[in-house]
Write a protein that binds this ligand. Structure first.
Ligand code: NAP
Length: 454
């Protein structure tokens, strides 16, 4: 398992895969730690979680640099990611009592209430794109609810995986309550099927989600899936185009274009099509690609050569099928996994850019007649993660957002961002279950009804 700097292709470190006996030992240790942790009061758990948040803030620049080296995100964004991890920890440490206290229910019994009991050891299979955030947004609610956590991180970010384990160990959590398994995706089955592992969450591609859900299903274990998306953004006739273009470019390029909730399909009504395309392309063209540690750069490289090449294939196949590439769309000569901001227009059904997730700085622009056609195209997808609508008729946009767009989140006159206070997740091939907010902390608990007779 290797960490490779995508800026120049140099190997940073080679990690040895953990043998099965070591993985098994860690599962057992995690279970032992869970047995003691579950007895901690929520307030005592919150103390540790607050401490971990403080350590994250203190170590921000070291951890941010590690992320940038292993997967190429801009250092600025990496630092913001560490701060967001501290936020999600503080959020759950503060709100867990409210979310997990027993809920009384009036029935004909003398007493009835709902209680939220931890499940045990939960496995998290995580992606490389937000190497710290994805893990902390799972760990904060899962641990506050009294569970143990095993991390199987993406194989290209083993350094981040070990650094995250270090945070929990230094923050005084019971030994091995949070434990990292350095194993590749093909060995996840041996962990899911282990009797001491009670549930699994996967953030990653639809393909990996299908496979993990099937394994969990076979042994009847709870699963949560946070998968990919091809998020539609509707630009309606009465949109404020300046606002729309700025937000759409920002959302498309966040994390070098490698975000599950990035704006990916721009569905523009005829009346504003030419103006939108012109302004959007101009802003994309002005983006500076460069070393992610350089303050002057806007975006860095893609996370690996394989991912960059897969993205380029989607672009060239779409162009072959009739899309026009206005800017970008070529592989630069420099060493490293570079791919420039790319704008495709005339995108239509049947092209990869219409149907598949474009996980990189490539925008697919689709022209439609009117609002109704825009909604139909937005929903013409197997995914359902984020989405957005730009219109100055707020009442109408709000109605479309609420009732017409099939997705886990819709933003009006803005783009979707994850926020500890709001549920996060998708429908269809974007997965099931929710992270964050009260819904996230209720995923890995036994929601138990207790009734007491007179
Ligand atoms: P990925 O290839 O699916 O990998 C994700 C994780 O799953 C990695 O740890 C990987 O391990 C493991 N894995 C891969 N195939 C597996 C299998 N067949 N069985 C068990 N585990 C398997 O995804 P990625 O390239 O890292 O991440 C990008 C994808 O994640 C995009 O589609 C993106 O949209 C999605 N994503 C979704 C969200 C969300 O919240 N909805 C957030 C971020 C990213 P190895 O590295 O060892 O292969």
């Amino acid at each position: 398992m290797q960490s490779i700097n995508p800026v120049n292709g140099e190997v940073i470190h080679t990690y040895t895969e953990m043998p099965s006996v070591e993985a098994e030992h860690r599962i057992k240790q995690c279970h032992e730690a869970f047995l003691s942790w579950r007895k901690y009061s929520i307030e005592k758990r919150a103390d540790r979680v607050h401490h971990a948040a403080t350590l994250l803030k203190e170590r921000k620049s070291r951890y941010a640099r590690l992320m940038t080296e292993e997967m190429g995100k801009h250092l600025r964004e990496a630092e913001a990611e560490i701060e967001k991890c501290a936020w999600v920890f503080e959020y759950y440490a503060t709100h867990a009592v409210e979310f997990l206290s027993d809920t009384p229910v009036k029935t004909e019994m003398a007493e009835s209430f709902i209680t939220y009991q931890p499940l045990g050891v939960v496995l998290a299979v995580m992606p490389w794109n937000f190497p710290f955030w994805q893990v902390f947004r799972f760990a904060a609610p899962a641990l506050m609810a009294g569970n143990g956590a095993l991390l199987k991180h993406a194989s290209n970010v083993c350094g981040c995986a070990l650094a995250i384990e270090e945070v929990f160990s230094d923050a005084g959590f019971p030994k091995a309550l949070f434990s990292t398994l350095l194993i590749p995706g093909k060995r996840v089955e041996e962990v899911i099927t282990h009797p001491l592992v009670k549930a699994v969450t996967l953030t990653g591609s639809t393909e990996a989600g299908r496979s993990v859900a099937a394994m969990a299903g076979r042994c009847l274990k709870k699963s949560v899936l946070e998968l990919g998306g091809s998020d539609p953004y509707l630009i309606l006739e009465d949109a404020d185009l300046d606002k729309a273009v700025t937000a759409c470019v920002k959302s498309r390029l966040i994390n070098n274009g490698q975000s599950c909730i990035a704006a990916k399909r721009f569905i523009v009504v005829e009346a504003v099509y030419e103006a939108f395309v012109q302004a959007f392309t101009a802003q994309m063209e002005a983006i500076k690609m460069g070393d992610p540690t350089d303050n002057m750069a806007d975006i860095g490289p893609q996370a690996s050569l394989a991912l960059r090449d897969a993205l380029h294939r989607q672009v060239t196949e779409s162009v072959k099928a009739g899309a026009r590439c206005l800017i970008g769309g070529h592989i630069p000569e420099e060493k490293g996994a570079w791919y420039p901001p790319t704008v495709l227009v005339d995108v239509q059904k049947g092209m990869p850019a219409y149907a598949e997730e474009l996980f990189g700085p490539v925008a697919a622009i689709i022209r439609v007649k009117d609002t109704e056609e825009a909604i139909a195209v937005a929903n013409d997808t197997a995914f359902g993660l984020g989405s957005g609508i730009f219109s100055e008729d707020i009442k109408n946009a709000r109605r479309i957002a609420r009732d017409r767009i099939i997705a886990g989140a819709t933003a009006v006159n803005d783009f979707v961002k994850s926020d500890p206070r709001l549920p996060f997740g998708g429908v269809g091939e974007s997965g099931y279950g929710r992270e964050l907010s009260v819904f996230g902390i209720r995923e890995f608990v036994n929601i138990k009804a207790v009734t007491v007779g007179a």
